[in-house]
Each structure stands twice: as C-alpha cells, then as structure tokens.
Design a protein around this ligand. Structure first.
Ligand SMILES: Nc1nc2c(ncn2[C@@H]2O[C@H](COP(=O)(O)OP(=O)(O)OP(=O)(O)O)[C@@H](O)[C@H]2O)c(=O)[nH]1
Ligand SMILES: [Mg+2]
Length: 311
C-alpha cells in the first residue's frame, strides 16, 4: 500500500507521515492531497482559540474524553502562530494529553510556523484533510490567540470556539475585536474562579450590541470548568447546535474553498512569474521610479496571460 492508501485505512503512522509531507510541502504533497480530498467532508473541525493559559488544552483533553465515550475518533492539532521558532517539541509540552496516550482513537500533532503565517494556515488545513480522509470524526484545532494568525487558523474550522477565562487580563475588553468576530461559540472557562458570571454577562452584553440580522446566529456563551469537566457537555452541545445548521456549514465550506483556491493560484502565478527575468526587471523599474507598482503588476499579468502559464 502506498502512503495515501495507508492514510485512507486509518494508519496512524501514515497519518503522521502524510502531515509531515503536506506541512513541508514535499514533492508529491499536492498529489497526496489530490488522492485524499475526494474522501473528505465527513469530519467536523472545531477550532479553539484563546489567550495563553485560559485552559484550551485542558478543555481539549476533556472534550476528547467525552467524544471518546461516544466512540468517536478524535484528531488534535495544536497550532501556535505566535512562536515561529519553537518547533514541535516545545509545543508538545503545551498539550495535556497524558490521559489519551496509547488510545488508538486519538491522534495528536503540533503544528509550528514555518516561514510565514499563511503557510501555517495552509499546513493546518492540509492536516485537517489528512485526518478527515483517515476517518477521524472530530478534529480539534487548538490555537493560541493573541495576534492575527489565529484568525486565519480558525477559519479552517467548521466551528470556532473562543475560550476566555475570568480575571486573567484577557477579559472581554482586552480581547481583540477580530477574535470576537470569529466566535460561533464562547466558552468562559475556569468557572470555579470569581468573575466568571461577570465575564459571561459582559460577552452577552457585547453580543446584544451587534447588528440584528434575520437568521443571524447568536453565539451561545457556555461556562466550563475544564479542571473538573463541569460544563463540557454543554460546550459540546453548543458546538453541535452550530454545526447542525447545514447552511452555515455549506457557506463556510465554500468560503474555505475560495480562500484555498485563491491562495494556491496566487502562489503559483507568482512562482511562475518569478522564474523568468520579468519580475526582477519590474522590481528594478519600480525602485528606479521608472514604473509604478500598479502599472508593473498590470504588465506582468498581461504578459502572463498572453504567454500562458506553461510557456
Ligand atoms: N482553576 C482552574 N484552572 C484551570 C481550569 N482549566 C485549566 N486550568 C489550569 O490553567 C492552566 C493552563 O491550562 P492549559 O490547558 O494549559 O491552558 P492553554 O490555554 O492550553 O495554555 P497555552 O496552550 O499555553 O496557551 C493549567 O494550570 C490548568 O490546570 C479550570 O477550569 N479552572
Ligand atoms: Mg495549550
């Protein structure tokens, strides 16, 4: 059996290898995704985003245990857009998965930034494809959220959960508007601490200030104590309620398809133009003020279209 066949058979070692192949964009990576893609679309990808230390990993651990009780297969991707140089080993320390070591129904993987952020979102999306094709039922994507990158990563998920904790400096006002916008479900974790009810009230208050839209989903706000597992079933129920709205899923799938397609097109066209002398000439002309960036880009695109992508 080749790698794609072994992935489709659900072999964990093959899954790990396949994710490395797509992560590094090794030769054959596009062909591998091509072999797997037709067999995807079953898995539910759930993103969990939040500031460092709010309890995302503890929550992921609890969610995994609950999903395993339903005999669902779980894939966990721990993604850190904030530390480009940390690599897999250090990231691995941030995952609290001891309880599931040796469980053949749980696959765990860390994803680190290699190169730019866009690359991380792409690699994570491809890893999701590998897990989906391998028969994983639920993919949990943990992303540390403090900057911009986690927003890209959260777009990969079918359902985005924003996790907060009371009184840790990451309360509602401090959370970036962008993160708020991506939430399909809010989880206020560490409900055992003071201020949890206030945090819930603040989020609810913020949500009621949004533009009312017909049929617009109002993100539920769920309190959890990941340390004890309290509220975790409510969080799963809220995620499923959102996922069960078929239209939202279809919309999201199309948005994701568009983003992926456009990114690949841009990458290929730029790579193709870079192969020739044209790009260097255009850069020199702009730097010397002999041309402007818009005119130069227009010229390059025109020439690309006229000559064809393979000339
Ligand atoms: N009191 C309390 N502590 C919790 C709860 N959930 C998690 N913690 C603790 O909070 C700390 C951070 O938890 P993690 O699960 O590692 O948080 P994280 O968001 O994954 O952290 P990073 O991956 O580093 O961003 C740990 O010491 C947990 O034991 C909770 O519900 N209540
Ligand atoms: Mg963590």
């Amino acid at each position: 059996m080749d790698l794609a066949e072994r992935v489709l058979a659900g072999d964990f070692r093959a899954i790990a290898r396949a994710i490395s192949v797509v992560e590094r964009e090794d030769a054959g990576s596009a062909a591998l995704v091509g072999r797997l893609f037709g067999r995807t679309g079953r898995a539910l990808a759930v993103g969990l985003t939040g500031a460092p230390g709010v309890g995302k990993s503890t929550l992921v651990d609890r969610l995994t245990a609950a999903l395993r009780r339903e005999s669902l297969r779980v894939g966990i991707l721990a993604v850190d857009p904030t530390s480009p140089f940390s690599g897999g080993a250090i990231l691995g320390d941030r995952i609290r998965m001891q309880g599931h070591a040796g469980d053949g129904g749980v696959f765990v993987r860390s994803m680190a930034t290699r190169g730019q952020l866009g690359g991380l979102a792409r690699a994570t999306d491809d890893a999701r494809i590998v897990l989906d094709a391998a028969g994983i039922d639920v993919v949990l994507i943990e992303t540390v959220g403090v900057g911009q990158g986690e927003i890209d990563v959260s777009r990969i998920a079918d359902v985005s959960v924003v996790v907060l904790a009371p009184g840790s400096g990451d309360d509602v006002q401090a959370i970036k508007a962008g993160i708020m916008e991506i939430a399909d479900v809010f989880v206020v974790n560490k409900a055992d601490r003071d201020g949890a009810d206030r945090a819930v009230a603040e989020i609810e208050g913020m949500l009621s200030l949004r533009e009312p839209g017909t049929n617009r989903w109002r993100p539920p706000v769920v309190k959890t104590c990941a340390a004890t597992g309290e509220g975790v079933d409510d969080a799963i129920a809220a995620v499923r309620r959102f996922a069960d709205r078929g239209l939202a899923a279809a919309d999201r799938a199309r948005r994701r398809a568009r983003a992926r397609l456009e990114a690949i097109l841009v990458g290929r066209i730029v790579a193709r133009i870079r192969e020739g002398q044209d790009l260097d000439d255009a850069i020199a002309a702009i730097a010397a003020r002999e041309s402007d960036p818009y005119a130069a880009a227009g010229d390059l695109v025109r020439r690309f279209v006229q000559e064809g992508p393979d000339s």
